[in-house]
Design a protein around this ligand. Sequence first.
Ligand SMILES: [Zn+2]
Length: 329
Amino acid sequence: MDRRAAIKAMSYGAMSAVGGIVGWQLADIWHPAGSRPVPQPAPGLGPEGQSGVEPIDADAIEQASGRVDPLADEGGVGRHVVGSDSLPSDQASYLQKIRDFDQIYPEDIILGEDKLAILKSTARRLNKAQRVIGHGHFNLLSLDNLVKYCRRYSSIGKLTQQELDFLEELFFADATDYGFYGEKVQIEITATVPQRDAVKIANTGHFLFRGEAQAKYEKMCKDLDDGIFLTSGIRNVVKQMQLFLDKAVTTDGNLSQASRSLAPPGYSFHAVGDFDIGKVGAGLDNFNEVFAETDEYKKLVDLGYVELRYTPTNPFGVRHEPWHIKMQA
Ligand SMILES: [Zn+2]
């Protein structure tokens, strides 16, 4: 078994050590947030608390909340009769979590002190690499090329073995362990984006895949008289690692909290075609619910462009993202 396969196997809990390499043993390095003082979650969402934007996919949420509550599959408290007029308590708390995504919840999974220190040093190095390589090209960078850049440029510095191990552990961990239920999109940690498949979008610093994604984006811009622009396009593994680590630094190593607003590395559909759009001049409001109130967003909906991946009631454990445009089914 090679090293990556060994780590992958261990991260799924198959064994504790192979060939002297110890993988992520969740109990050792993560602990539930409940073991330290946390703010009390707000009262559960009642049916009146739902946005009314779309019908709730009760089956999908039941699946997701059932994973949170292992009793669900055995007829425990997680069971929900589809079509009943009120949400069972587990679904209500699930919806509350993705609505108040930046709160800390008692069952959140948080890195221990040692791993938190490695998380921070790795995040610093990835940010240095991004400055040296440039934000645009960093979006497409493969892990193998990151390692080469780090070796070559003393201003970045070589990735330490601990940092590399950490990146592998994060990539191969099962994100459902900390509350992210989306599909794994990239299987290979060394995935590459061929230059010929990507097109740089002028004045944005971002790339889209040639073909459908580029055509859809260009038509959207035209139909909205260039009132919108690309805020994030293709993101390969390394870029998603950098974003996720930065987010996890701001949450003090709370991986559950981080994953409620950002897909973990390997789980982002930005790797396969999805992209984010914003209103020209709206700044940070392009990344919160305000975007859904803009005339630009409403026009996109009217024109039939908007098929959201992360709806207000999505079953993936992620906040509502009206700016994220779905390309892949
Ligand atoms: Zn997005």
